[in-house]
Structures are given as structure tokens and as C-alpha cells.
Design a protein around this ligand. Structure first.
Ligand SMILES: Cc1cc2nc3c(=O)[nH]c(=O)nc-3n(C[C@H](O)[C@H](O)[C@H](O)COP(=O)(O)O)c2cc1C
Length: 224
């Protein structure tokens, strides 16, 4: 696949077919994706790739955490977007697009809650890649490198007909991943990437997120 096509075609997939993803394909994706650049070639990324019954156990444990009212506390701490900001408006816009396709009204708390829970279940993906770094590495330092390898994973997945969704929700309760995926507490869990063959009949998978025109977000200097 042409690189430009891949970048344009990549999108967040939020429902998958049940078909398992062969281990060899996941291995090839990671082999390719780890060609990503990293500061001083430090390659801070490490991965745990989860499928099968273990992934089902983790899905269930995340939902039990939610049901218990436990606040999510990902290692990747992000503050909410500033209210009334353009960033918050973009967040609302994508949510509106998805809820429209999924026929979820503003008032329908039950459907909204069910929707929110999908992310904690890795969107029913047959596999999930959890990306982490050693806690000895400074936090901001690794963010760029992890972003690069994460995007590479999502792009390489397309070559095999696979879809992905980069997801904070899947790492909201790190203790679940320590316990059931055996990830060491000495690791900072950065992101999860549910991966599988997209269910194209699922309405939310048809969403095309918008982007700002480049003229509005760029300044050009020294050109004719
Ligand atoms: C760091 C990061 C965390 C994200 N976490 C979630 C998540 O927890 N749940 C979710 O549904 N989408 C999540 N997304 C996907 C974004 O919502 C999505 O990338 C954005 O709306 C643009 O849509 P697109 O990926 O289809 O282009 C995340 C994306 C990034 C980069």
C-alpha cells in the first residue's frame, strides 16, 4: 500500500470481527513498526501482546473496576481539554459524529454508558498490544518515541487488512494489566492498541474524523 494512502486510510476502528490475528502477523507488524525513530535511538518501547482468554479476563476485570466506581488512573495522565476551547469543540464534534451513526441520543444515558464501556473492553478486538516504557526513563522524553511507534503499528496493520484504535481506555487500570498480563510495575504503561479485522458493518467504523485546513494551523515564512 502506498504510504500516503495508508496515512489517509488509517482510522480508529471500534468494532472487530471475531477472527483471531495470527501471531506471525503481529510479530511482523512490530518488526516493521519498531523501525520508528527514537531520541538517540534509545528505543524505549516494550510490548505485551494479548489475545484469547487472557484478553477476555482483562476486559472483564476492567468492567468490574468501572462497576466498582474506581476512578481510572492511567500512567499516561492527561488533563481534560480546556472548556470552551477549539480542542474541546473538536472532541465534541467527533463524539457527535459517532453518536449520530450509532443512533445514541444525548439523553440516552444507558446507551452512552454502554458505548463508553466498549473502550474498556478493547472494542471486542481479538488482540491488543499494550505499549510501555521503563519507569527509569523520564516521562516526557519517551512520549514522542511512543507516539511514533504507535502510529507505525497502526499503519503497518493496514498492510495486513487489520484495523486498530489507539486507546487510553484500555490502560485506565494499570493494576489489571499487572495482574493478568504480568506486566511489571516497574513499567509505565503508555497506551493500548486493540487490533483485529474491522467489522465494516459497525456504524461507528464508517466515521471519518475531520481535520482543520492547513491554512488555519500553519505559518509559512520565506516562500514566494
Ligand atoms: C493517545 C490517544 C488516546 C486515545 N484513546 C482513545 C480511547 O480511549 N477511546 C477511543 O474511542 N478512542 C481513542 N483514541 C482515538 C481518537 O479518538 C481518534 O484518533 C481521533 O478521534 C481521530 O479519529 P481517527 O483516529 O479515526 O482519525 C485515542 C487516540 C490517541 C492518539
Amino acid at each position: 500500500m502506498d504510504i500516503i494512502d495508508a496515512i489517509i486510510m488509517r482510522k480508529s476502528i471500534r468494532d472487530f470481527k471475531a477472527d483471531p490475528v495470527p501471531k506471525q502477523i503481529l510479530k511482523e507488524i512490530l518488526d516493521t513498526a519498531t523501525r520508528a525513530p527514537s531520541a538517540e535511538n534509545s528505543q524505549p518501547w516494550e510490548f505485551t501482546i494479548i489475545a484469547g482468554e487472557v484478553l477476555n479476563t482483562i476486559r472483564q476485570a476492567n468492567i468490574e473496576k468501572l462497576n466498582s466506581g474506581a476512578p481510572s488512573h492511567p500512567d499516561l495522565q492527561t488533563k481534560g481539554l480546556p472548556p470552551e476551547s477549539i480542542y474541546r469543540r473538536r472532541q465534541i464534534e467527533i463524539a457527535k459524529q459517532i453518536f449520530k451513526l450509532m443512533d445514541i441520543s444525548r439523553e440516552d444515558k444507558e446507551k452512552r454508558d454502554l458505548w463508553m464501556r466498549r473502550g474498556f473492553r478493547y472494542f471486542n478486538a481479538p488482540a491488543a498490544i499494550v505499549v510501555y516504557v521503563d519507569r527509569s526513563l523520564s516521562y516526557p522524553r519517551t512520549l514522542f518515541d511512543i507516539g511514533a511507534v504507535t502510529q507505525n503499528i497502526c499503519l503497518a496493520a493496514l498492510h495486513y487488512g487489520l484495523g486498530t484504535c489507539i486507546a487510553n481506555q484500555g490502560i485506565a487500570f494499570p493494576e489489571v494489566l499487572y495482574e493478568f498480563a504480568g506486566i511489571s510495575e516497574s513499567k509505565r504503561i503508555m497506551i493500548s492498541i486493540p487490533i483485529g479485522y474491522p467489522n465494516w458493518d459497525f456504524p461507528a467504523n464508517k466515521v471519518v474524523s475531520t481535520r482543520e485546513p492547513i491554512e488555519d494551523i500553519s505559518t509559512w515564512i520565506g516562500f514566494e
